[in-house]
Design a protein around this ligand. Structure first.
Ligand code: FES
Length: 498
């Protein structure tokens, strides 16, 4: 017997409520079958949608333990909680999709090119090779799961990933001559935080933010209709200094940690390790780099910090400013190709080096510092810290690199650290995708939600390991005069070794 919790809503009653049911679980039983069994056994009359039962029609999408999934494909487990998607509920698990249908009409999501329809006797011929730009975008089954999980859509006037995918598909359709740049800007393309929630949610595995939103942003830049002026400033910094941080007064750029560090190692034994600091650690949080070197030294590892390293390109890729990316990739490749391991301590840099560099033909052996340290720390060598902490998953670490267990393993290894999870540790804080600079009101709103979750726990620290998240969450903690502080995981480990 397993227990299944279902959120019930009857329009004749005011409030929704949770109801629990016990059912016999068969092997690999699907959620849809569980709902059927509940209705049969309890005469519960739970309302839910389905049609194809094969992951094709998209009608059965619901939230299972807070994540949008297809009920016909997801397996049921003991104590699962089933809820409707985050739209107006009609009854139980059925939501009202009519407002979304209206948006589809308003955005003119069809091929509008005059040429395609001028002479219907000779319809436009599309060769398979002409579809290469959109073949990763097709296959959407209109389940709207991505919209339900998008954090931005709940805060600002943004149409959301489903519509951005559709716009992108049309913009790159070989039959379409008309530009969709203006439509995309009006629909809020610069509100996407690149959190990747839509991509991991999509049951058809469409990389919505990477292959639709970022490609559309790049097209907008290419045709000089974007990006936002704040994004152009960052491009100028990278162009002038190789770093994405602003000059200190009179146009002079800060020297940074990397240039100041002058130790190199001969590496008589393997592995030959290099540290890719990223712009933020190099210039704004250099003590994190120092902490990392302290920790590695304690563990008996040497590390090089090559002086000529430059910005990984993440802030430019995320905002569509791709023209200088090949140059950055080439520079970093020439510097790091001789190393066995390239360590990163910034989620955005790590994700870019791992996922975007191969698109430019560069494959480095990149490891986030938490991957490297997991299993190597010995509590016997550390002192007791006596702190209560929670952990914020940076989007570009948890979804960008699939890393969530390693930082938790490390926290559980540290002596005297009481670790407690917040309600939604992997919910975006709003710092990424050029949102912190270009749409600060959204970055602030999402960070405020995060801080509310943190403050519910009465912890001393929220731990993270992304400098962008660190700054953004810290702004909200300060504004709200919160009891908790933010701390980088490297700082916490270093304290344990002091
Ligand atoms: Fe069609 Fe699930 S019933 S996708």
């Amino acid at each position: 017997m397993i227990t299944v919790n279902v959120k019930r809503y009857d329009p004749k009653k005011e409030e929704s409520y949770m109801e629990s049911y016990e059912i016999e679980q068969t092997d690999k039983m699907k959620v849809l079958d569980a709902l059927q069994q509940i209705n049969n056994k309890y005469n519960a009359d739970i309302a839910y949608r389905y049609s194809c039962r094969a992951g094709q029609c998209g009608s059965c999408a619901i939230k299972i333990n807070g994540k949008a999934k297809l009920a016909c494909k997801a397996e049921i487990h003991d104590n699962d909680t089933l809820e409707p998607l985050d739209f107006k509920v009609i009854k139980d698990l059925i939501v009202d999709r009519s407002s979304l249908n209206d948006k589809t009409d308003n955005l003119n999501l069809y091929v509008a090119s005059a040429d395609a329809f001028e002479d219907m006797s000779e319809p436009a011929i599309i060769k398979p090779e002409e579809y290469t730009k959109t073949d990763l975008l097709r296959g959407c089954i209109d389940c709207y799961s991505c919209i339900s999980m998008c954090p931005a859509i709940k805060k600002v006037d943004y149409v959301g990933p489903y519509f951005m995918r559709s716009l992108s598909e049309i913009a790159f359709d070989p039959r379409e001559d008309a530009s969709r740049n203006e439509d995309a800007i009006e629909a809020g393309i610069y509100y996407c935080t690149s959190c990747g929630q839509c991509t991991v949610t999509c049951p058809k595995e469409i990389d919505i933010y990477g292959k639709a939103i970022e490609k559309l942003r790049a097209q907008i830049c290419k045709e000089k209709e974007g990006p936002l002026k704040e994004h152009k400033i960052i491009r100028q910094y990278v162009h002038d200094s190789g770093r994405s941080v602003q000059p200190t007064g009179e146009g002079k750029y800060p020297e940074g940690f990397v240039k100041a560090y002058d130790e190199t190692h001969k590496f008589e034994e393997k592995p030959k390790i290099a540290f890719f600091t990223g712009c933020m650690i190099d210039n704004r949080l250099p003590w994190i780099a120092e902490n990392l070197i302290t920790i590695l030294t304690k563990l008996g590892y040497d590390v090089d910090i090559p002086e000529e390293q430059v910005c990984c390109g993440s802030p430019l890729l995320r905002t569509g400013q791709t023209e200088i990316i090949p140059d950055l990739v080439e520079k970093n490749y020439e510097i790091f190709k001789e190393y066995d391991i390239v360590l990163t301590v910034c989620a955005g840099c790590g994700s870019t080096l791992k996922k975007n560099y191969p698109e430019y033909g560069v494959n480095l052996n990149v490891m986030d510092i938490t991957e490297f340290l997991d299993g190597k720390l010995n509590p016997e060598d550390m002192k007791e810290l006596d702190v209560k902490v929670t952990y914020h998953d940076p989007c570009h670490l948890v979804r960008g690199q699939g890393i969530s267990k390693q930082p938790r393993n490390i926290l559980n290894t540290l002596k005297g650290v009481e670790f407690i999870e917040m309600a939604k540790p992997d919910q975006c804080c709003g710092a990424g995708g050029g949102v912190k600079s270009g749409k600060p009101e959204l970055a602030e709103a999402l960070a405020d939600d995060k801080v509310d979750m943190i403050e519910e726990l009465d912890v001393d620290y929220v731990v993270t390991n992304c400098p962008f998240c660190e700054f953004n969450i810290n702004d909200s903690l300060t504004k709200k005069n919160a009891n908790a502080s933010i701390i980088n995981l490297m700082e916490l480990i270093k304290r344990a070794y002091e």
